[in-house]
Design a protein around this ligand. Structure first.
Ligand SMILES: Cc1ncc(COP(=O)(O)O)c(C=O)c1O
Length: 399
């Protein structure tokens, strides 16, 4: 199908919820994508932090194909071997003991919110209120939309859920002041993703942990975007040496196969019992087999370390670009989760100019350009991306 054909069908039949860019990809391999015209792109977005191993990693594709030929789905009425194995592997590489599987980031957060509320109901004298951060993003279901501290996503969906409070990100005193006798949990992204790649101060997550400890609250980390090696650690909370009570994952877990997970400590997992939460598709054979292959490849190919090293090199190159382009006012990130902030509202223009030149990046609002290359990105690919970005930025300023 041509781009025009795909566009015409989409515009006519697909629900009108996305503002789409004028391109349709038809094939992917590693860090590269090809469109309907056969044009090649270096992908520094990875489906918004999803294809952590690059596109169509042979081990993952083969594992999915083989499982699809054997058994795809039975339901959680029965035991599921790859689900049990995946839960064990996730527990082994984190501080958590138990896992609930679902199909997306929003569902993982929905499960976390429900677990926190039910734990509050059962073990914290009925506390139910949850504190979240301004500028956060947690998903589009009604509960996760309510948890999301950005009014632009909430407009038109009132009444939202009761029992949520918002405080500025990186402000421990604001959190302390917001805690009431009804508070049961604090929900935070270790690095805010959709909010613009906002990093926490060094004492922020340990401070939240300490506050939760003092006040008997649960600390929930939303690692839907930061998890699975993206920040140069397997999970971003590990930069702070803390033990959260609940963590959510999705995006990179299946390298493109839809799967989400909500992990909790043994203590907090007591909040759920049979019948309290469920998902028909959650943790089925195919999804868990894909995720097991992802974890295997991350370990075998030492990709968390690669993300840390090549990510640092990328920031170094971006810093050099900042010295050249005065419209870059900030370079920030960790591992392969990075962004530049522009002084003028040119993020979309830069995104489009990069795409014209064969590089996929993502504008967040008017001023931020975000990069999510795969964990196995190579220095030469960073060089290629930076040189395209350099040209795209120069086009904006005429330099
Ligand atoms: C931190 C965070 N949480 C939750 C979500 C929602 O995930 P999904 O779109 O898979 O529902 C996102 C999506 O961007 C995210 O970045």
């Amino acid at each position: 199908m041509t781009l025009e054909g795909i566009k015409a069908l989409s515009d006519r039949y697909v629900m009108n919820t996305y503002g789409r860019l004028p391109v349709a990809f038809v094939r992917g391999e590693g860090a590269y994508l090809w469109d309907t015209e056969g044009k090649r792109y270096l992908d520094f977005l990875c489906g918004i932090a999803v294809t952590v191993l690059g596109h169509c990693h042979p081990k993952v594709s083969e594992a999915i194909a083989q499982q699809a030929r054997t058994l795809m789905h039975t339901s959680n009425l029965y035991y599921i071997a790859p689900q049990a194995e995946l839960a064990q592997k996730l527990a082994d590489c984190s501080v958590f003991d138990r896992v609930f599987f679902c199909n997306s980031g929003a569902e993982a957060n929905e499960a976390a919110l429900k677990l926190a509320r039910r734990y509050g109901h059962e073990f914290l004298d009925g506390r139910y209120e949850i504190i979240t951060m301004e500028n956060s993003f947690h998903g589009r279901t009604l509960a996760t939309l309510t948890a999301t501290g950005q009014t632009k996503y909430q407009k038109g969906f009132a009444p939202l859920l009761e029992g949520f409070k918002y405080v500025p990100f990186n402000d421990l005193e604001a959190v302390r002041a917001a805690i009431t006798e009804e508070t049961c949990a604090i929900l935070v992204e270790p690095i805010q993703g959709e909010g613009g790649v906002n990093l926490p101060a060094d004492d922020y997550l340990p401070g939240l942990r300490q506050l939760c400890h003092e006040q008997g609250l649960l600390l929930i980390v939303d690692e839907v975007q930061t998890g699975l090696g993206r920040t140069g650690k397997m999970f971003a909370y590990q930069h702070s040496d803390i033990r959260p009570d609940i963590m959510t994952l999705a995006k990179g877990l299946g390298n493109g196969f839809p799967i989400g997970a909500m992990l909790a400590t043994e203590e907090v997992a007591r909040g759920f019992e049979p019948g309290t939460h469920a998902s028909t598709f959650g943790g089925n054979f195919t999804a868990c087999t894909a995720a097991l292959a992802v974890l295997e490849v991350i370990a075998e190919e030492n990709l968390v370390e690669n993300a840390a090293q090549v990510g640092a090199y990328f920031r170094e190159r971006l810093n050099r670009l900042q010295a050249k382009h005065e419209n870059i006012v900030d370079v920030r990130g960790k591992g392969v989760m990075n962004a530049i902030q522009l002084s003028a509202p040119q993020a979309r223009a830069v995104q489009d100019a990069c795409r014209e030149r064969g590089l996929i990046v993502n504008a967040i609002g008017d001023h931020i350009v975000r990069f999510h290359p795969p964990l196995n990105v190579q220095r030469e690919q960073v060089d290629e991306a930076v040189s395209i970005l350099d040209a795209a930025l120069a086009e904006q300023t005429g330099k």
